[in-house]
Design a protein around this ligand. Structure first.
Ligand SMILES: [Zn+2]
Length: 431
């Protein structure tokens, strides 16, 4: 049987099981798998891998102690108890001439708050027209559905792959990346890894690094009748807000990394949390704000942390109160390197072929101003890895959605990629 015939059979399977794929995506979209709440969905997926896909399943909780000595470890402030990573492995039978592949996706999603502002139930997986809405539907449960149904279609078509395939559902992508790191440290490696993060019809060639910083500003709390003698930490925190804004301007005014030279604003510094006070008639005692800082591939996250800390302390020095009561600057969560990829490797070449086969046009490259799990594979395990996933919108915002026609196309690209990358027994026997 020719490879074209095999592709045809698999594409027909994807068309045939399309309703099932949609129902599956709706089902996993309804699990509220925010940080700390991934267990139910992970259990569901572990069962699905075992029962429906007949994979050898490994469900394990990341070992924080073991991971913490890894140079790419990001320190969390929460426990991993009861929060497993799920791996399903399909070992190719007999002697293998093909290459092995990891298909990985994260099922942790960010909060949907303020939920009442959504036009759709964020946990309802509503389909309207050609779109499905929900928190995490685009980022990235649709991608997880795509690789699961791509693999399933190959299996249903009765095609035997000539390389091992490892399917992974990980946690912690939105805050540390330690789920992906834990699977690698457990020994799940392959000749390549593909992650269907949803960056439209484009493949990722470069991504920035990310750190999180927390700044605690102390004030002098009091009843408002003595507010003139008090120091309001919310007002003082604006010194830090301004410093973060000027830091953002500073880093974007420096020479750009080659990969990002055409990007208008590659490095975002985002203030994502700002908490203080609990009573209008009390001057609060402290204000805590947290920010996320982007930086270029090749820069060391530890150096960036130092630069951010020095920048903020310098700004504090210019304020009479903060000079005396220095803000407390700490780091947790993301300690993520940026990564720049060679887009001429066999991984990209094969993905180019699969994309062109299905979509009938060349696969464009993109650089992204956020982080994904591909950093670990490329930088620490010498495994070529990239992201290519469906078109959607509003990720991390209200009314997040994915384009369903496009999702079907992505499922076919993934299936075609698996056939080409792993090879099939049928093809090796013929050659
Ligand atoms: Zn994502």
């Amino acid at each position: 049987m020719s490879i074209e015939k095999e592709q045809q059979l698999v594409f027909e399977e994807i068309d045939k099981s399309w309703e099932e794929e949609l129902a599956f995506l709706q089902k996993i979209g309804r699990f509220k798998s925010t940080l700390g709440n991934e267990t139910a969905l992970q259990n569901y997926l572990a069962d699905y891998f075992k029962e429906e896909l007949e994979l050898e399943v490994d469900k394990f909780v990341p070992d924080m102690k073991e991971l913490s000595s890894h140079p790419a470890f990001s320190p969390p402030e929460w426990s991993y108890d009861g929060r497993p990573v799920v791996v399903g492995k399909a070992e190719a039978e007999g002697p293998k001439k093909g290459k092995s592949l990891i298909l990985q996706g994260h099922i942790d999603v960010v909060s949907a708050e303020p939920e009442k502002e959504w036009d759709y139930d964020p946990w309802g997986s509503t389909i309207e027209g050609n779109k499905m809405y929900g928190r995490g539907i685009q980022d990235m449960k649709s991608g997880v559905a795509a690789f699961i149904f791509a693999y399933k279609a190959i299996k249903e078509a009765g095609i035997k792959l000539d390389g091992d395939v490892i399917l992974q559902s990980v946690i912690e992508e939105e805050c540390t990346g330690n789920g992906a790191l834990a699977a690698l440290e457990r020994g799940y490696t392959a000749d390549a890894a593909l992650i269907p993060e949803p960056f439209g019809q484009k493949v990722v060639q470069s991504q920035v690094g990310v750190i999180w910083v927390r700044v605690k500003v102390k004030g002098l709390g009091a009843h408002t009748e003595r507010a003139n003698e008090a120091v309001n930490p919310i007002e003082k925190a604006y010194v830090i807000v301004d410093a973060l804004k000027s830091y953002r301007e500073h880093i974007n005014s420096r020479a750009k990394h080659e990969d990002f030279k055409h990007h208008p604003h590659p490095l975002n510094v985002n203030i994502g949390k700002f908490h203080s006070g609990d009573w209008p008639s009390s001057v609060p005692s402290e204000c805590v704000l947290e920010a996320r800082v982007g930086f270029y591939p090749g820069q060391d996250p530890a150096d960036i942390k130092k630069e951010v800390k020095d920048w903020l302390l310098e700004a504090a020095e210019k304020d009479s109160w903060l000079k005396e009561v220095q803000p407390e600057i700490t780091f947790y969560g993301f300690h993520a390197d940026g990564v720049s990829l060679d887009d001429t490797t066999p991984l990209f070449q094969t993905l180019d072929q699969s994309f062109e086969q299905v979509v009938k046009k060349p696969l464009e490259r993109t650089v992204i101003t956020c982080t994904t799990d591909i950093k670990y594979y490329n930088l620490y395990y010498d495994i070529p890895a990239t992201c290519y996933g469906p078109v959607g919108g509003n990720m991390h915002g209200l009314n997040e959605w994915v384009d369903l026609d496009n999702l079907k196309e992505v499922t076919k690209v993934y299936a075609d990629f698996i056939l080409r990358w792993c090879g099939t027994k049928n093809q090796t026997e013929e050659t």
